[in-house]
Design a protein around this ligand. Structure first.
Ligand code: 13P
Length: 288
């Protein structure tokens, strides 16, 4: 199966009360580990690409080519969407051109009327190409790729207006934060989440900052309409940890342990296991 729009997989997830993981990729190892995990777990999956990661991987066209070829080479049969994460106005247009099957337009830093106008334009453009689209209301806390937001709890009224534009799935700030959660984190705001789901008429909702949220809060968020959970930091941590252990154990100095295919393997294996574990936690395991 070719790469697909995320609309159908997220609507199915919403109906089935589970969430699809959107895991950020950084390079070949990330792409391979996540796709292999999804196949083994028989789970739908989204590959998220931030604009910074897109640049790192030598541009969106390179990303599309790499993901398509890796996907075909590995014989992946579960539904896979290639999704731009936190796209700017220009970035979203570039990804639609380049062949992404899903984009996020994040206009949350504009004032609401401008966010709404730009979101509307981008929704029409994405839909004219058969691509799914996510928009955002209210900032997500923390820092990602140099974009810092203090985090904001979204205004349900604004969520309703963006939902009415025909967006496929909606990211709304509910106290979630990118990166590691601080000790004194207040947790997700479920009252606002419930209100947002009510006024958006059952639109699939997106939870950013999916690394490090306790399982009971993940389950509750899913029960209140979250159908897509974004994960980036968690895979970076498990990759770094496994790689550090390999080097600290001196394995890179044994035989040809310095061969990159050996050096990067513990990290790649750890990411694959983590993705499978998260697919079980999110309930998408076995749902392809
Ligand atoms: P984490 O890095 O906290 O997992 O957040 C990922 C994310 O929300 C990507 O948009």
């Amino acid at each position: 199966m070719a790469l697909v729009s995320a609309k159908e997989m997220l609507e199915k997830a919403h109906e089935g009360h589970y969430a699809v993981g959107a895991f950020n990729i950084n390079n070949l190892e990330w792409t391979k580990s996540i796709l292999m995990a999804a196949q083994e777990a028989n789970s739908p999956v989204m590959l998220g690409v931030s604009e910074g990661a897109g640049k790192y991987m030598c541009g969106f066209k390179t990303v599309v080519a790499m993901v398509k070829e890796v996907h075909d080479f590995l014989g992946i049969t579960v539904p896979v969407a290639l999704h731009l994460d936190h796209g700017s106005y220009e970035g979203a247009k570039a990804c639609i051109e380049a062949g992404f099957t899903s984009v996020m337009f994040d206009g949350s830093h504009y004032d609401f009327e401008e966010n709404k106008a730009k979101s509307k334009e981008m929704i029409e453009l994405a839909h004219s190409k058969g691509i799914s689209i996510e928009c955002e209301v209210g900032g997500i806390g923390g820092e990602e790729d140099g974009v810092t937001s203090m985090g904001e709890v979204a205004d349900p009224k604004e969520c309703e207006e963006i939902a009415n534009l025909g967006v496929d799935f909606l990211a709304a700030g509910i106290g979630n934060i990118h990166g590691k959660y601080p000790e004194n984190w207040a947790g997700l705001n479920f009252d606002v989440l419930a209100e947002i789901q009510k006024v958006t008429n059952g639109k699939p909702l997106v939870l950013h900052g999916g690394s490090g949220i306790p399982s009971d809060q993940i389950a509750k968020a899913i029960s209140l309409g979250v159908s897509k959970i974004n994960v980036n930091t968690e895979l970076q941590l498990v990759f770094a940890d496994a790689t550090r252990k390999y080097i600290e154990a001196g394995k890179d100095l044994e035989g040809k342990g310095y061969d990159p295919r050996k050096l990067l393997k513990p990290g790649a294996d750890a990411m694959k296991e983590k993705v499978i574990a998260m697919m079980k936690e999110f309930g998408s395991y076995g749902k392809a």
